[in-house]
Structure formats: structure tokens, C-alpha cells
Ligand binder design. Structure first.
Ligand SMILES: Nc1nc2c(ncn2[C@@H]2O[C@H](COP(=O)(O)OP(=O)(O)OP(=O)(O)O)[C@@H](O)[C@H]2O)c(=O)[nH]1
Ligand SMILES: [Mg+2]
Length: 537
């Protein structure tokens, strides 16, 4: 393949995640974007999840029963000449680790705001992660089919709580039962919506000039809108695509994922303007050579990618393990040999595939920005870098310190082996983190989670997938810190009986404590002690 083809293919890619507080409508919107890209024919209402048709991206049994998203799912589709990779993320705080990892794999984010509620707490946290990574963020005000906040006040709230410049690119015509359409802020062309079979099918749209809409819809509403648009023009921030791509300005679209009103303008914006694949920084990782800092560009000929998520048993009929890889540079081809940066081991990528929720199809090739599923023979870890030539390591994906701890108590002692296998596998997926007690070796580890629901997922999956019934025994710890710094500080901690020291998956010391207090005591008394709340990479 020529350099030109590679660059063209990379430039077509748009890889983005949808983020928000729980229940703002991410999964519903995901489905509607697919509907409008004609990747599915009929949308299954998320609300009717308990019935037979489930939302395409909520495939796990628990997700379907509870109607919430637990893990991120990947969907790939084409629209207007662009190749889109969409990642639907869980909003629930207990699964935020999964969302943080997903944000490491995308180039833009769509932030959903329920306009009846404004900026909610999880949205704020997730936006901060986007800002840390300087991701461009598109805002979608959702649920306009219900009465909500005054649009001008709402954009003010977004701007001030997130400390972000926002620029509406369209504007709602009415809301609630009177939500009739949207006006393009620049051209003032009004798009009116009708029909749509309660969101199952695309809506009928009609585009008319502002003046015509004034006659049709009624003077009062259109006059109010005209005033708002004039006000925006005078007092609002100016739109700039460069500012958006730098993560400084967020464009705002309005609509209803449920009724499909306003979904198409958002999709068009994403296909045309969402960020193209970005370069990535890392280090060379050739054995016995001094590592050097590198920047890998999407157009670099050598294939590179990294693993941001591992999921076992996606298909209950095959006990398989899938690693989700984001392509960073070069052209990926089926069956190619790569090296893992962590240990320079060689790996053949035999059966790569793309996703449409649980539907998968084999891919022959993939380009920068694409998300590819790899069959993992148990050799890959979250954060691993793969390279087509000499091994390299991209900057890793951090793990956050857990805040809840438990151990598993087996009901049937003969299932010990199955339990160990399940725990190891599920921890590689990031379902929970394992902490080993040095005196017990690899047996009976402590389990750590950022949110308690992670434990429920663990127990459920152990039962369904490993046929292991076990009870959780909660542990009194609330804080975990990775221990670094001087040897003498570590020795100080080890000598004192009142500190619980365990080991993480890489045999690194981790301190567990019931509160922050013992940590500050240790910091004051153990010279040279360093404690980290994000895993050292
Ligand atoms: N009225 C109205 N309801 C909506 C709209 N979009 C989504 N909903 C409803 O809001 C609820 C939550 O929708 P989901 O799409 O599951 O929300 P989510 O953000 O994916 O939720 P989590 O993944 O659990 O964080 C469902 O009952 C949807 O039917 C909308 O535009 N209007
Ligand atoms: Mg969801």
C-alpha cells in the first residue's frame, strides 16, 4: 500500500466515545446514530429492553436485565465517506474504570446532557478526564421531547460548571410536546421533524427558510427564537473548528435520541469534523537497549497499536478472550506477526474482527483509528503495545486506586481451581483488581474495586461463566496506595504490624488502610516514602 493510501485511510477515521451521567441516553443515541448511518434497520427501544429486542450495544445478560450499561461496547460503521468507530460507555460511577480506559482509545467524545437536569455529577468527572487528555468534545442536549431548562440558561450552566467555551451550532424550535425541529444557527434554515414511528425509523424532515417557519409555526415561538439567536450572535463565543480540535470549544447540538429528532445533524458533524487519528507518544523497548522517547504518527508505515480493554467470554458458546486494540499507525493486516512491547514476545494476530455489538466479522485490514478485536491466547494485558517491527511501549493506561475491598468465600471447596482461574481472567479484564497477601502466595487474594457493583458483576460472572458459587466477604479497607520511594520506608511499613501490605499483579507493594489517617502517619514517619493513588506505569 502506498503512503498516500495509508494517509487517506487514516484521515477518514473518526473514533469517538459517548459519555455522560447514567441514563442521559448514551445507548439510545448510539443506536440512533447506527440507524441514521443505515447500519441497522430498526432501532429496538432501550426502554423496552426487558422485552425481546435489546439495544444493540447492551449485550451482556446483566445489562439487559437491568437496563444499564456495564462495559463499553464498540461499533463500527460508515457514513458520508468517513469510517466511524463509536464506543458506548457505561455512565454508572461503579464502572468508571472501564470508561477511563475507553477514553484512552478515542480521539473525540460526545458528551450527552439531559436538558431536564443540566450538568450532572458523573458528566463533570468524565469531562475532566477528557480535558486531561485534551480531547475535543461535542455536546448533545438530549431529551428535548420533554420540557426542560431554558436553552440559554442551560448553555450558561454548561459553560460555567465545566469552564468551557460552548457554541450552539443549532437551536431548538420548542421543547416537550412542542419540540418541532432545529434551526441552523449560521444559515437560519429550519429543519422540521415529523413521524418516525416512536423512534424505530428515521423521521421525516423538511427544510424551510426562517421566514416560512414563522408563518407556519407561529409568530410567538419564532420571535422568541429569533431573539435568542440574536443574543447568541452578540454575546456568545465564536465558533472555530481549530478551537474545537484543541479541546477548547464545544459545539452544541439539540435533539431527542428517543424520537430521533436532531440525530442527523450530530451524525453529520461527527463524520465531517470529529478529530482524525492523533499521534501517540511512547518509548522504544528493544531488549538490552536504552529506551528512547518516540512520537508515532498515524501515517508511519510500521503498524502499531495498543490494547485498552480485554473481555473474556463475550460469546457464551465459545470460551474466548478478546483484546480490544486501537490501531495507532500503519496498516494492520490479518495474520500479521507483531511484538508485544512489555516483553518483546512475538504474537500472530490470526483472527482479528470488527464489531457490531455481539455480531463480529473477520477483518482483513485496519487503519489508524480503527478498533480491532483480537483473539487473545492469554498473552495480552490492558495497556500493552503491539508493533509490526521492533518493540515499543506507548504511554500506558493508568489504573485507579480501588476504594472497596472484599474476598471470595467458596461454598464448595472443590471449586478452588475454577475460582482461581476465573479471578485471574476477570482481573485481566479489569473487572476487579487483585491484591495478594505475601504469606498466602497467589491464594485467596483481596479484591479491589472502584465501585461496589463491580463485585456483583464479578460474582454473577463467576457463577455464569465458571460455575463457581462464592460469597463476598467485605474487608474493612477504604484506601489503597501503591508504595514507592526509599527501601527504608518500605522496610518501616513491613516492620509495623498495624499496616497491611499486599502485592499487586506485578508484585509491587500496595498499602491498604481503613482511612487516610494511617497513610499520613506513615508519610510523616517513614522517611522517603511515596504513595500513589494511580498505578505507576
Ligand atoms: N424522553 C426521552 N427519553 C430518553 C431519550 N433518550 C433516552 N431516553 C430514555 O432514558 C433512559 C436511559 O437511556 P439509555 O440510553 O439506556 O441511557 P444510558 O446513558 O446509556 O444509561 P447508562 O448506560 O446506564 O449510563 C431510557 O429509558 C431511555 O428510553 C430521549 O431523547 N427522550
Ligand atoms: Mg448505556
Amino acid at each position: 500500500m502506498s503512503q498516500l493510501d495509508l494517509t487517506t485511510e487514516a484521515a477518514r477515521r473518526r473514533t469517538f466515545a459517548i459519555i455522560s451521567h447514567p441514563d442521559a441516553g448514551k445507548t439510545t443515541l448510539t443506536e440512533k446514530l447506527l440507524l441514521y448511518a443505515r447500519a441497522i434497520h430498526l432501532a429496538g427501544s432501550v426502554r423496552a429492553r426487558k422485552a425481546s429486542r435489546h439495544a444493540v450495544s447492551d449485550w451482556m445478560k446483566m445489562e439487559q436485565e437491568r437496563g444499564i450499561s456495564i462495559t463499553s461496547s464498540v461499533l463500527q460503521f460508515a457514513y458520508r465517506g468517513s469510517a466511524l468507530n463509536l464506543l458506548d460507555t457505561p455512565g454508572h460511577a461503579d464502572f468508571s474504570e472501564d470508561t477511563y480506559r475507553t477514553l484512552a482509545a478515542v480521539d473525540s467524545a460526545v458528551m450527552l446532557i439531559d436538558h431536564t437536569k443540566g450538568v450532572e455529577s458523573r458528566t463533570r468527572k468524565l469531562f475532566e478526564v477528557c480535558r486531561m487528555r485534551m480531547l475535543p468534545v461535542v455536546t448533545f442536549m438530549n431529551k428535548l421531547d420533554r420540557p426542560g431548562l431554558d436553552p440559554l440558561e442551560l448553555i450558561d450552566e454548561v459553560s460555567s460548571t465545566l469552564n468551557l467555551k460552548v457554541v450552539p451550532l443549532n437551536w431548538p424550535v420548542g421543547m416537550g410536546r412542542d419540540f418541532k425541529g432545529v434551526v441552523d444557527v449560521k444559515t437560519r434554515v429550519v429543519t422540521l421533524f415529523a413521524g418516525g414511528k416512536h423512534g424505530q425509523e428515521m423521521v421525516e424532515t423538511r427544510r424551510i427558510p426562517f421566514e416560512e417557519a414563522r408563518e407556519e409555526i407561529g409568530g410567538v415561538l419564532m420571535e422568541e427564537i429569533e431573539e435568542q439567536l440574536d443574543l447568541l450572535q452578540m454575546a456568545g463565543d465564536e465558533w472555530s473548528i481549530e478551537g474545537f480540535l484543541r479541546g477548547e470549544i464545544s459545539p452544541i447540538y439539540w435533539g431527542s435520541a428517543m424520537t430521533n429528532f436532531g440525530v442527523e445533524p450530530l451524525l453529520t458533524f461527527l463524520a465531517e469534523n470529529a478529530a482524525q487519528p492523533a499521534p501517540r507518544t511512547g518509548m522504544t523497548a528493544q531488549p538490552k537497549k536504552t529506551p528512547e522517547a518516540i512520537i508515532v504518527e498515524p501515517g508511519d508505515e510500521n503498524f502499531t497499536g495498543f490494547i485498552f480493554k480485554i473481555q473474556a467470554n463475550m460469546n457464551p458458546r465459545h470460551r474466548d478472550r478478546v483484546a480490544f486494540m486501537r490501531v495507532v499507525s500503519g496498516r494492520f493486516t490479518r495474520g500479521m506477526d507483531v511484538r508485544i512491547g512489555r516483553n518483546a514476545e512475538k504474537l500472530r494476530l490470526a483472527k482479528p474482527h470488527t464489531f457490531m455489538a455481539q455480531e463480529r466479522s473477520i477483518v482483513e485490514e485496519a487503519f489508524p483509528g480503527d478498533i480491532v478485536g483480537l483473539y487473545d491466547p492469554g498473552k495480552l494485558r490492558i495497556g500493552d503495545t503491539l508493533s509490526g517491527s521492533s518493540p515499543i511501549k506507548f504511554d500506558g493506561i493508568p489504573r485507579f486506586a480501588p476504594e472497596h475491598f472484599a474476598r471470595m468465600v467458596l461454598k464448595d471447596p472443590l471449586k478452588r481451581k475454577a475460582l482461581d482461574a476465573g479471578l485471574t481472567q476477570l482481573s485481566h479484564e479489569g473487572v476487579v483488581q487483585l491484591f495478594y497477601r505475601p504469606e498466602l502466595g497467589r491464594q485467596d487474594p483481596y479484591l479491589g474495586a472502584v465501585g461496589v457493583l463491580q463485585f456483583e458483576v464479578l460474582r454473577e460472572r463467576l457463577r455464569n461463566e465458571y460455575n463457581v458459587k462464592a460469597d463476598l466477604e467485605m474487608q474493612p479497607f477504604r484506601v489503597a496506595r501503591w508504595v514507592g520511594g526509599s527501601e527504608s520506608a518500605l522496610a518501616w511499613l513491613k516492620k509495623r504490624r498495624d499496616y497491611t501490605l499486599v502485592e499487586d499483579r506485578h508484585e509491587r507493594p500496595v498499602l491498604l488502610a481503613p482511612s487516610e489517617w494511617p497513610l499520613s502517619y506513615a508519610m510523616r514517619n517513614a522517611e522517603g516514602l511515596e504513595l500513589y493513588d494511580v498505578e505507576p506505569l
